[in-house]
Design a protein around this ligand. Structure first.
Ligand code: 3PG
Length: 320
C-alpha cells in the first residue's frame, strides 16, 4: 500500500496505481495523528514539503520501507530517524531543476524590465515608457551550486552573463564549473561583484538568514535578488529595508520565511515579485518526479538499493 499525504498529479500516478493500491489523501498532511493511524500496512509514504515526517510518525509506520519525497528539499523529513528505523528516503534529485531554472531566469527578466509593475500601470490606461536594464554583460551570482543552480547556469549560456557561484560543498575541480563557464568564488566576492543573485540553498542550520543586513550591505547597490531555494535563507526584515532604500533594486521571491506567509510589507512593495513556491512545479516536472519515485518505490519494496538513497543530509546540502 502507498499513502500519499499531499497533492501530486500527472499520468504517472495512474501507472503507480496500476501496480500498487494507492491511498491518495492530499489533505492528510494537516493532521499528523491521522497520518499515523493511516500508516498501518503502508510500505511507501509519498510527501511533498508540508508533511512533517518526524520520528513519531516514522516509528508509527511499522511496515514502512520508503519515504518518497516528491521533490528535492528534505527539511520536513527526519532522515536520521528514517535511517535508524531502516526506512529508505528517496528524493527526486535534480528532477525538477529545469523548471526551477526557467522560473529563476523568468523572474530575472521580469525584474530587469519591470514587467509586473508596468503591466499593472498599463492596464490602468497609462503609457509610462521607461528604461529597464539588459542582462547581457552583467554578472550573475549563484548561491549554491546544486542541480537548480547548474540548470540556471545552463540556461544562461545564451545571455552573455559572467557567472559566479558560491557553494562550500562544491569542488573547484568539478567539470561542470568549466562546462557552465562558472567561477567558484567566496560569498564576499559574489556579493561584491554580482548584479543579479539567485539563491539555490536549502534550509539548514548553516543557511538560515544567510542573507541578512550584513550580507546585503556587502552587495552591489541596486542588485536584483531572487530566491528559489528556501525562504528561511533570507531575513525578510532586512530585505524589506533594503528594497525600500533601493540597495536591493528589486526581488523575486518564490519561497518565504513562513509558507503560506502572513500578509505584510513585502506584499505592498512595487519592486517585489512574489510567487507561491511554484518554481519547481510544472506539468512536466510533476510527471517526471512521480515516475522517478515510482521506480524507487519498486526498488525499496523489492529490497533493492535506491537510485539515490539519502543517508546523510550534509552531503545533500548543495543539491537543491
Ligand atoms: C523542492 O524541494 O523540490 C521544491 O521546493 C518543491 O517542493 P514541493 O514538492 O514541496 O512543492
Amino acid at each position: 500500500m502507498i499513502l500519499i499525504t499531499e497533492d501530486v498529479w500527472g499520468d504517472e500516478l495512474a501507472a503507480l496505481g496500476d501496480r500498487y493500491p494507492v491511498s491518495y489523501r492530499p489533505d492528510l498532511w494537516q493532521d499528523p495523528s491521522k497520518i499515523r493511524q493511516a500508516l498501518t500496512g503502508v510500505q511507501a509514504l509519498v510527501v511533498r514539503n508540508r508533511t512533517k515526517v518526524d520520528a513519531t510518525l516514522i516509528e508509527a509506520g511499522k511496515d514502512l520501507k520508503i519515504i518518497a519525497r516528491a521533490g528535492v528539499g528534505l527539511d520536513n523529513i527526519d532522515i536520521s530517524s528514517a535511517n535508524s528505523n531502516g526506512v529508505a528516503v528517496s528524493a527526486a534529485l535534480g528532477v525538477n531543476a529545469v523548471s526551477v531554472a526557467e522560473h529563476t531566469v523568468g523572474l530575472a527578466l521580469a525584474l530587469a524590465r519591470e514587467v509586473i509593475p508596468l503591466d499593472s500601470d498599463t492596464k490602468l490606461g497609462h503609457w509610462n515608457r521607461r528604461a529597464g536594464v539588459e542582462l547581457t554583460g552583467k554578472t550573475w551570482g549563484l548561491l549554491g551550486f546544486g542541480a537548480t543552480a547548474k540548470s540556471t547556469a545552463h540556461l544562461l549560456r545564451g545571455f552573455g552573463v559572467n557567472i559566479l557561484a558560491y557553494d562550500p560543498y562544491a569542488q573547484p575541480m568539478d567539470a561542470e564549473l568549466k562546462d557552465l563557464n562558472t567561477a567558484l568564488v567566496t560569498a564576499e566576492s559574489l556579493f561584491s561583484n554580482a548584479d543579479v543573485i539567485s539563491i539555490h540553498l536549502p534550509n539548514t542550520a548553516n543557511t538560515v538568514k544567510f542573507i541578512d543586513d550584513r550580507a546585503i550591505a556587502a552587495m552591489k547597490d541596486g542588485v536584483f535578488l531572487i530566491n528559489v531555494g528556501r525562504g528561511e535563507v533570507i531575513d525578510e526584515t532586512a530585505l524589506i529595508a533594503a528594497l525600500k532604500t533601493g540597495k536591493v533594486a528589486a526581488a523575486g521571491l518564490d519561497v518565504r520565511e513562513s509558507e503560506p506567509p502572513i500578509l505584510g510589507e513585502l506584499e505592498t512593495l512595487p519592486n517585489v515579485i512574489l510567487t507561491p513556491h511554484i518554481a519547481g512545479i510544472t506539468n512536466e516536472s510533476q510527471s517526471r518526479i512521480i515516475k522517478y519515485l515510482a521506480a524507487d518505490i519498486d526498488r525499496a519494496i523489492n529490497g533493492e538499493r535506491l537510485n539515490y538513497a539519502v543517508g546523510n543530509v550534509k552531503s545533500f546540502v548543495a543539491q537543491l
